[in-house]
Structures are given as C-alpha cells and as structure tokens.
Design a protein around this ligand. Structure first.
Ligand code: SF4
Ligand code: SF4
Length: 197
C-alpha cells in the first residue's frame, strides 16, 4: 500500500488492517456461518516426525494427543517448540491444551536443540545488519540485561517484532532475543502505567 507504520503505532493507524489467513478465514466463518473459533489448523513437523503435516484440531485438544496423530514424539527429540523455529517458544511439557495462538509444533532432534556457548560480543554488527526493523539488538540486549528500561525504550525496543534473526546470526551465540523479550515486557508495563496517570 506504500504506507509506513509509525514507531509505536499499529497498522490500523494508517488505515490498513494486517491479518493472517487463518484469522481472515475465522472471521469469514463467524460472519457467514455463525461458527465461533472452535478449531484450527496446526502444523506438526520436525526432521524425525513420522507423519508431519497440517492437522485440523479442536481448540483445547491436548498437544500430546495431537503429536500422537503425527506418529508420536520421535526418540531423538531434544526440544519441542510451539510456533516456528525463529519465533516459537520451547515448552517444558506437552500435557497442555491447544489454544488459538498455537499455529505449529516443531520437534527438534537433540543435535539441533543445543544453544552454542555464550561468548562475549565481538562488535561484528551482524545482528544490526540482520534486523529488519533497523534496531541495534546488541545494545538493546545489554540495556535489558542491566535493567536500564528508560534507555531501552529510547532505543525503540517496542519496535522489535521478535523475528529472532539477531539471535540466529550472532556468532557469539548471545541470547539477544531472550533479553529483548524481557525488556519489551518491562518497557510495555512502564508505558501502560504512564498512560494510566
Ligand atoms: S528479534 Fe527484534 S531486534 Fe532481533 S532482529 Fe528481529 S526485530 Fe530486530
Ligand atoms: S551479532 Fe553478536 S557478536 Fe555481533 S555485534 Fe551482535 S551481539 Fe555482538
């Protein structure tokens, strides 16, 4: 549309609404067929999964039961991630229900699950080059680690879309996104408190 969303604003402020296909389809079903969101398609995948695929499951279905449909949890599984490989979150248990935000389940083998040893930042700027939002991930993660929330807000942490590119590219295996997510949560709370006054 040739529109740019201002920092800290939502796309709707430019007169555009951005929806994913699943949401758009759910709206269609609700409006045209009075059908509430009672099921959704969940992708189950991973290098060792017996029957990877897209499964239509009722909201609330236990993730463990869903994985059984895909052939069960492979023996070499080291990590189970809800969501995609870049933005998803590892879970400690699969004895949990499918909720509307679960778009996929990724089972990674042990060999691909380990994080590298965290080394000092070498100032290579790879994370800066990789950031699609023009942010400075090395700086934001440091400010978050040090609890310097106001400086973090000043450095536009709320513009981070949590794509994970910075963590992926970092040759020093620094947990950039982990610290940035923590910082976003703290700064978000500060902004909400300020707006209440
Ligand atoms: S996770 Fe955030 S800071 Fe890191 S590359 Fe993506 S948008 Fe930039
Ligand atoms: S990619 Fe990693 S090592 Fe390079 S500047 Fe960013 S945080 Fe530092």
């Amino acid at each position: 549309l040739g529109k740019e969303v201002p920092s800290g604003a939502l796309p709707v402020s430019t007169g555009a609404i951005v929806q994913n296909v699943a949401t758009a389809y759910s709206v269609y079903e609700a409006v045209c067929y009075d059908k509430p969101l009672i099921d959704r398609i969940v992708t189950v995948t991973g290098p060792s999964v017996t029957h990877p695929g897209n499964y239509l499951v009722p909201i609330g279905m236990n993730i463990m039961s869903l994985l059984q449909l895909a052939g069960g949890v492979p023996a070499d599984t080291g990590k189970i991630i809800l969501g995609g490989p870049m933005m998803g979150r590892a879970v400690v248990t699969i004895d949990t229900p499918t909720v509307k935000g679960v778009s996929g389940v990724l089972m990674l083998p042990e060999s691909q699950s380990r994080r590298g040893k965290v080394e000092p930042c070498i100032r290579c700027a790879s994370c800066v080059s990789a950031c699609p939002m023009g942010l400075e991930p090395y700086l934001m993660s440091t400010l978050s680690r040090l609890g310097r929330w106001e400086e973090l807000e000043h450095n536009k942490v709320m513009n981070c879309i949590e794509c994970g590119c910075c963590s992926y590219i970092c040759p020093a295996s620094r947990p950039l996104l982990d610290y940035i997510r923590l910082g976003k949560s703290k700064v978000g709370n500060l902004i909400r408190l300020r707006n209440k006054k």
